[in-house]
Design a protein around this ligand. Sequence first.
Ligand SMILES: [Zn+2]
Length: 252
Amino acid sequence: MDRNALASVADAIHGASSVVAMTGAGVSTASGIPDFRSEDGIWTKYDPNDFHISRFRSDPGEFWRERVEMVEDVFGGDVRPNAAHEALTALEAEGYLETLITQNVDGLHQAAGSEDPIEIHGNGQRVVCTDCDRRFEVDPVMEQVKGGETPPTCKHCDGILKPDVILFGEQLPKNDLLRAQKASKDADVFLAIGSSLTVEPAASLPRYAVDRDGTLCIVNLDPTDLSDRAEYDFRADVTEFLPALAEHVIDR
Ligand SMILES: [Zn+2]
């Protein structure tokens, strides 16, 4: 890792009035969650069409049965926050990180203690009622499905429950997206972490920051679509880079 470049990112964070971090799949893979799009990612094993909103609408029972199978496969192990999640929580707690945006739906930022991450793709730890919009914990619902109660329904209004994640073909939550866009436009420093920056809106959020002369710092194992616009572009393991960065920022 280039220590000088790391130190100058830390300087930029110290001099910034607003720092935004956005995390993608690369932050979750270090916790044992497989990537979706990589060579041996989730979508090589499951058909994305089975998790499309139209499939949910036409056959919610079958959708849920396959969903439970996939979730057990993907999250079945001992999944916990890693050093990258913890470093971001430390930066937030010390007042150096104003906004945390995540593409991940695993809830690991909250598990690490982050207060209010903007989850642009939702949160798989919850379900939402398609009629009354109430939200519930997913675990009891998974048990219902395993027990043959499909599709699972809302205990208040009997509406059909949906995972509280953005399915293929679904609109992103408008308020969350607006919050993420505003924070990105106001960012003096934008940290894009573990994301290939190919899927919208993750691709355009860092661009807002750069277009307004914010400093873009990318940390990813592979080059990204925005690497040529980044002032700092680290090919690094996020679980090594972020703790080192947090230490630089906090300990001086
Ligand atoms: Zn309901």
